[in-house]
Design a protein around this ligand. Structure first.
Ligand SMILES: Cc1ncc(COP(=O)(O)O)c(C=O)c1O
Length: 441
């Protein structure tokens, strides 16, 4: 018997939902049952405009036939191939296409299943790289306050979101954090803020404290997304790059959100013109359709492992589903859509309209900051005294009732629509949001 995919199941208790207020949700569930292009369909038959590309991932929009066909065809052809000591053509093909798309120094790709795994993989590669070169004393990892690098132990250790850390014990040792880059004087900046490049100098303090010879890598999001869209001040990433280079420290850009056109360029590294040594990706790699992540590494990093007898495994790391055939097929189809439809350029072209629309919300009740870059926007609200997060979450619930999917982190509304968004969608999204903000308590 076919499964009923449209109605709400009569028992919601078994599924322990991630990053969700489970009890609240289950009293009043918000259930999506279908999606096409810019819209979701809810279980009560309503259309909801996707203002967040799912979770920052469905960059090509929903229900794209090319991706659907690639997945179906591959499932029938070769459902699974062992990932260790065996291969299948599509993983190599996808790696080649990623190499061709990425800035020049990135010519090797290690596949994972998620952003969290990509982050932990990159951190492990950084440690093993130094060891392979005879600098095994470089064991420290440096993250940043308010950084989000997924939920593995590596990712939460270098991450800087307090609630993601404080319940989970001691995490990795030997981790330090840079200060975040969110300065009140930058409020209502359009694009990259003016003030704050000096915050990168804190890396020199950390180096002086621990000794450069103990530090393996620095990891940052080139633009911090999940914490509420914190943009890098002008000159900040350049400074981080030069301090890392000076001290032989690897720089990792976590591009899980900024990769695949979100800023109007293939990667944040292209957008900002600053090259890290590794990039972590996921989400837009398959337009969110199938779980997949990837670490892109330079030839210098990769080649440091390629010594010793060639019958020995060079990196003791990998996942059962690294480069899974169906995920690879989805990834190839997704990259083809991006190229054929020029979606990254499209995002760049529509970004000024997006910026204008977002900043038209300035002056509405409770709005204390608006930030934007590429097809990302954030509207920060003044928290209700004694009830942080409530005001923005109320906006989220009201938006959902009105047929909009937005996302909130703390009291920040974050928007990141699919790159296929049209101007009239932007008008609807921002226009409806303005009405909601006007009536918010
Ligand atoms: C910058 C960044 N890194 C890592 C992750 C984790 O990715 P995943 O949820 O696929 O594990 C995310 C997810 O939002 C992210 O934004």
């Amino acid at each position: 018997m076919a499964l009923d995919r449209t109605s709400i199941p009569n028992d919601l208790s078994a599924f322990w939902m991630p990053f969700t207020a489970n009890r609240q949700f289950k009293k009043n569930p918000r259930m999506l049952v279908a999606a096409q292009d810019m819209h979701y369909t809810t279980s009560d038959g309503r259309q909801v405009l996707d203002g967040t590309a799912g979770l920052w991932c469905c960059n090509a929009g929903h229900g794209r036939p090319k991706i659907v066909e690639a997945i179906a065809g591959q499932a029938g052809q070769l459902d699974y191939a062992p990932a260790f000591q065996m291969g299948h053509p599509l993983a190599f093909e996808l790696a080649n296409r990623l190499r061709d798309m990425a800035p020049e120094p990135f010519d090797h790709v290690f596949f994972t299943n998620s952003g969290s795994e990509a982050v932990d993989t990159a951190l492990k590669i950084a440690l093993a790289y130094h060891k392979a070169r005879g600098e095994g004393g470089r064991t420290r990892l440096i993250g940043r306050e308010r950084g989000y690098h997924g939920v593995g132990f590596g990712g939460i250790s270098v991450g800087g979101i307090v609630n993601n850390r404080k319940y989970f014990g001691t995490m990795l040792t030997g981790v330090d954090h840079l200060p975040h880059t969110h300065l009140p004087e930058n409020a209502f900046t359009r694009g990259q803020p003016e003030h704050g490049a000096h915050l990168a100098d804190d890396l020199e303090r950390i180096v002086a404290l621990h000794g450069a010879e103990t530090i393996a890598a620095v990891i940052v999001e080139p633009m911090a997304g999940s914490t509420g869209v914190l943009l890098p001040p002008k000159g900040y990433l350049e400074k981080l790059r030069s301090i890392c280079t000076k001290h032989g420290i690897l720089l990792i850009f976590d591009e899980v959100i900024t990769g695949f056109g979100r800023l109007g360029s293939p990667f944040g590294a292209d957008h900002f013109g600053v090259m890290p040594d590794m990039m972590t990706t996921a989400k837009g790699l398959t337009s969110g359709v199938i779980p997949m992540g990837a670490v892109l590494a330079t030839g210098e990093i990769h080649d440091a492992f390629m010594s010793g007898p060639d019958n020995l495994i060079e990196l003791f790391h990998g996942y059962t589903y690294s480069g899974n055939p169906i995920a690879s097929a989805a990834g190839i189809a997704t990259l083809e859509i991006y190229r054929e439809e020029g979606l990254f350029q499209r995002a760049a072209d529509i970004a000024p309209y997006w910026e204008e629309a977002l900043h038209s919300l300035r002056g509405l009740p409770h709005v204390i900051d608006i930030r934007n870059m590429g097809l990302i926007g954030a509207i920060e609200l003044e928290p209700i005294e004694g009830e942080p997060t409530k005001r923005a979450f109320d906006a989220f619930l009201k938006a959902y009732d009105k047929g909009l999917l937005i996302r909130t982190t703390g009291d920040i509304i974050a928007l990141s629509p699919p790159l296929i968004i049209e101007k009239d969608h932007i008008d609807t999204l921002i226009g409806e949001l303005a009405e909601i903000l006007k009536r918010l308590e």
